[in-house]
Ligand binder design. Structure first.
Ligand code: PEP
Ligand code: MN
Length: 365
């Protein structure tokens, strides 16, 4: 079991900013890309009206194919500063190399984020980390790599942490898959949950815009993220989403943003009722029973292994495995549980049973 890093990240500073309520989810919003001074100011005014305090905009855009809008470049930083002067919003932008970091720091950007294509590349992340050395006051958010690789995500966070950044957080924006699916990027929620377990104390935001890829998924995904205990949201907004030069299908107007934010139910994680403790103790008992049962099942498997070895039989009997899978999935469904969930559980159990029997085959038992 990998338990590294827990201590490495003990010295994080709270991801809080003056004037922003630290007990509420942290919301960052603004356009996918800075396109024009007017678009930036109009969007920022709308965002400020919703009560959101942090404005995002991409100045340098990593596009899948050449020929798309690759970002407005340095000019965008001037517009961002105008946004800050006029609205008082804090500023966030994406950096992908040393030059971006230097330009963004010179321009007084408050939060830098590392995008999903960049966090998948240790060379690029290290270059960014080196450029951040000596700037401990900047806040940095690291998006998950495009591929579902938790270690790569943690590695990127470690590189930034090693550079002395203590106001550090992660953004879960889902993972790429081949082909068309409901989500532009699959949530695979278990991955940020595991990140939270491993790096307890690291704030994790959710980006429902890149995850869903469609306006109508932003509300439900935001609610789901908050229900799961995420610390905030990054949501793309644009004064005229249909005309946006990038990600137009997933951008919403500041007015829609306001509706989504006002409808979010914010649950209080600090409340722990007596009823909940009773139920949690019941869960602990169920888990103990499950462990004992699994242990018994594995012992029987090893005995079967001894029998198979003595009778010169193969470990894996395909027909038997197939029968078990079908029967258990059907039994699960009869009990009102999901058959595909049971298939996943049985696959894991079967894999371990085979491993146990192979161990028996190789031992002198
Ligand atoms: C973005 O935030 O605009 C962006 C490019 O996101 P991602 O890195 O998650 O694709
Ligand atoms: Mn985008």
């Amino acid at each position: 079991m990998n338990t590294i890093n827990q201590n490495t990240f003990m010295d994080l500073e709270p991801f809080v900013f003056e004037g922003i309520d630290k007990d509420k989810p942290l919301i960052i919003s603004g356009p996918c890309s800075a396109e024009s001074r007017e678009q930036m100011l109009e969007t920022a005014r709308g965002v400020a009206k919703t009560g959101v305090k942090i404005f995002r905009a991409g100045i340098w855009k990593p596009r899948t194919k050449p020929g798309g809008f690759e970002g407005i470049g340095l000019r965008g930083l001037l517009w961002m500063n105008e946004v800050k002067r006029e609205t008082g919003l804090l500023l966030a932008t994406e950096v992908a190399n040393r030059d971006h970091v230097n330009a963004a720091l010179d321009a007084g950007i408050d939060i830098l984020w590392i995008g999903a294509r960049t966090s998948a590349n240790p060379f690029a992340v290290q270059e960014i980390a080196n450029a951040l050395q000596g700037h401990p006051d900047v806040s940095v958010l690291v998006k998950n790599p495009v591929n579902p690789d938790l270690e790569l995500w943690i590695g990127a966070l470690q590189r930034i942490h090693n550079a002395g950044i203590r106001r550090l957080g992660a953004i879960h924006r889902g993972f790429s898959t081949y082909g068309q699916h409901l989500f532009r990027n699959e949530p695979q929620w278990h991955i940020p949950i595991e990140l939270h377990r491993r790096l307890n104390g690291l704030p994790i935001l959710c980006d429902p815009s890149h995850m869903g890829g469609r306006r109508e998924l932003i509300g439900p995904l935001s609610q789901q993220a908050l229900d799961m205990g995420f610390d905030g949201l990054m949501i793309e907004s644009h004064c005229n989403p249909d005309e946006a030069l990038s990600d137009s299908k997933q951008q919403i107007t500041p007015e829609s943003l306001n509706i989504i934010l006002s409808n979010l139910v914010i649950r209080d994680i600090h409340i722990s009722t007596e009823n909940l403790s009773v139920l949690r103790r019941e869960i602990d008992r169920c888990d103990t029973d499950l462990l004992e049962l699994l242990n018994r099942r594995m012992r029987v498997c090893r005995e079967i292994g001894v029998f198979k070895k003595e009778h010169n039989m193969q470990v894996v009997q395909a027909q038997r495995y197939d029968d078990i899978m079908n029967e258990r999935c059907q039994q699960a469904e009869e009990l009102g549980m999901s058959g595909s969930f049971m298939a996943t559980v049985m696959q894991a159990i079967h894999e371990e049973s085979v491993r146990q029997q192979i161990e028996v085959f190789h031992s002198n038992q």
